[in-house]
Design a protein around this ligand. Sequence first.
Ligand code: PA5
Length: 445
Amino acid sequence: MAVKFQGKYLDGFVKPEEFNNMNREIELCHNILHQKNGAGNDFLGWLNLPFQYDKTEFEQIKKSAEKIRNDSDVLIVIGIGGSYLGARAAIEFLGSQQYNNLDKNKLKVYFVGNTISPSYLNNILALCEGKELSVNVISKSGTTTEPAIAFRVFKELMEEKYGKEGARERIYVTTDKARGTLKELSNKEGYQTFVIEDDVGGRYSVLTAVGLLPIAAAGFDIDKIMLGAQKACKDFETPGEHNDCYKYATARNILYRKGKSIEIMASYEPNWQMMNEWYKQLYGESEGKDQKGIFPASVIFSTDLHSMGQFIQDGSRNMFETVISFKQAGEDYFVKKDKDNFDGLNFLADQPMSEINKKAMQGTILAHVAGGVPNIVLEVDAMDEENLGYIVYFFEKACAISGYMLGVNPFNQPGVEDYKVNMFALLGKPGYEEQREKLLEQLSK
Ligand code: PA5
């Protein structure tokens, strides 16, 4: 398992000595991170998490996942942001295996509480009718509005369906070990709880119960995920020529300082779609502050070559691309020969579709580079659990280093509060009266 950094498509945009010139800066950021004396240093629990995690809780996660798989058709996962994206991204990334094992993976995992859309909620409720259900509600603070609304709905549904006692056996809570509404409720109701440690922020929490319980319930091997993360943790333990994670962080910052303020994460595998969303949250919330930061965007090719391809090739030159390339992306398919060659596609006959996809990737990279878009390629071995664990740690560490290079605190998200204050004020939440008056006046103009 590995993620390999390829910088050859940066030629003409970044000189090799520019990487060398960043060595001191990298070393500094590495030391700040590992000596835990930088901004946000109380949120570094993820750094050694692949080795230092609660082994007893890990076994309980596997037991609960097994119980859910045995007694449920559907697992409802309630959460938003860091309490949602990692689990969904991982499950969809590993999905190709799931399709290959359909009967083994009868459990459906539906995510709610990540939107306030009533039609979305109604659709999920309809899908739950007549099904055996379990619920995993995830919120570190225990007070986030979107998941709180969804949990109110599903708690009631579970109690109606199974009675209070029965519901208790099927509701799993992942939250702070001591504080918050969810923790208090769990103590009162006797729910099975899992802990999000104080020093692990939401977007760095995939390798805790936040991600691991839904992933294990979906039928994937979380031991292998941790193995992959451990390997990455070791591989990127020190700065140096071998450290592809730091090369990626460095390349991003060199490009940013040359005016490339948008990073487009591109993959040719649709199963990467939600990993793109996870990456956008991780980097967007970590770096976008103090009027600075690289704007994280994403595409799935070749699909989006027919939408965003035009802009990337030919539009504003303020972006770079990071392409995720898989050495091996699941089972292959061979295009067959047609005796009449009715569509003129016989030149593709007997070629593996993975090769056709690869040629699309190579052709696109060359075209975009010629069009003035620097490309970074990150080569990943395969779409399996070990590689997933490795990728998660790779991006988390690169994000922390990159954030320190940018001069921001990569572990807070002060900007997220502003919309909440306005939303609460407009909804009439007690304590927000003054802001409500101000906003209503603005809206009436
Ligand atoms: O990364 C983060 O910290 C955020 O995206 C949170 O995960 C998100 O706001 C949800 O918070 P909570 O888990 O407290 O409900």
